[in-house]
Design a binder for this molecule. Sequence first.
Ligand code: CLF
Ligand code: SF4
Length: 474
Amino acid sequence: MHSCVEKNLIFREGESVKTINQELEDRIARHPCYSEDAHHYFARMHVPVAPACNIQCNYCSRKFDCANESRPGVVSEVLKPEEAVKKVLIVAGEIQQTSVIGIAGPGDPLANPEKTFETFRGVSEQAPDLKLCLSTNGLRLLEFVDTIHALNIDHVTITINAVNPLIGQHVYSWIFYEGKRYKGLEAAEILINNQLKGLEALTERGILCKVNTVLIPGVNDQHIEEISKAIKERGAFVHNIMPLIVTPDTVFEKNGMRNPTAKEVQQVQEKCSGSLKMMKHCRQCRADAIGLLGEDRSAEFSKENIMDLPIRYDGEARKQFQDDLEMKVKQNKKKKQEKAAKIRNDAATNSPVIKIAVTTRGNARVNLHFGHAKEFLIFDVQNESINFVGVRKVQSYCVGKVNCGTGKGPILAETAEILKDCHMLLSSGIGETPKKYLLDRGIVPFVKSGNIEELLYESSKFYRYMNVTEPIFS
Ligand code: CLF
Ligand code: SF4
């Protein structure tokens, strides 16, 4: 294949001319992590084939999944490569929205290179329509750049928590590299050097790279802008700044470290957003995650449940389904852009910003009861233009119908505290107790099911133009 890049145009023999932006948009159109629009519709699946790790991050307890790409405290069931490939075929047949297969642990994929690459090889042979995605700490990245490229692994995440070893030495206890253990400054120097060189080598080969950074108050919180600049210079596509979650049995827990607040994370993201595209919809998912981001279907597909299931993978049917879905996402995006442009022209410039917390189980819809929400999507609506702010995790208020509301005061108080800067809650349902509790704290519930964007417009209009003192049900 011949290709040339000139004046922002890409030409390939036998293909129509596309701009670089269009080409990039097409590459991420079905990736739920790289595209905020896609994440409402397309699903990812992680296969936990990589148990070992070659470094020790101070926020990680190795009893659990790798905390660089997973919510700490979760333990995934490790699979052999052949089991993983079978599971992929089963899940891709059952959940046609599945577009990406990722390996993100439970240790570091490149500390387990044979298992990782054998799995990717098997998936690409038997289910070639699935995109391959890898997440690594980057220590051994340089060794495997050519293998990653040859296997057509198009998306790679590297977790980089520092670009200055003086800071990095406080994030990592040790690394194990080329048969030797290193500690302190020397360990941080080797790791950072390999991460940055690996990033550069991948982007030179046209691989799309995401960088995860764990925001650690008092350690790297003043350093993240420097990280963002350094990774941008080396061609990173997107930066995902994730909050530290202090976990038992870790160095940071013993040192009395604290998690950053949602506001602190947002402030750092805003500071860095001039430098690089920010990912704000990360769910810190587990190493065996399945389904849309924010929905966890891994329990349905446990090893025990799936090994007797038939494989119903059908490449043609999947292609048709996903082509239609991609078309729908693109049409929605176009409509949204047209509406935003019209609103910018029409609207007054001094409307207040209304912050709205939304409950959803996916498909871009308000379709989840407040009591069952484990997270809220937060949006700022101003002049009816919508800005996605991020995701806030909570404990769900109801576990089942039986104990809904009983003895749940502390959970409700914690949720209200997490949402305290919000003006409204947009949810498909809410019980009497939480409704009153939130309203007493100035958070107005708007209860309706439907498309998120349309309901954001509708609810914010109510808020702005009506004297709201009661919950709104429509
Ligand atoms: Fe998985 Fe990561 Fe690939 Fe996505 S997750 S390996 S890039 S397919 Fe996504 Fe999950 Fe956040 Fe990761 S929401 S933790 S960013
Ligand atoms: Fe834990 Fe992942 Fe760090 Fe390894 S790279 S120590 S698994 S957080």
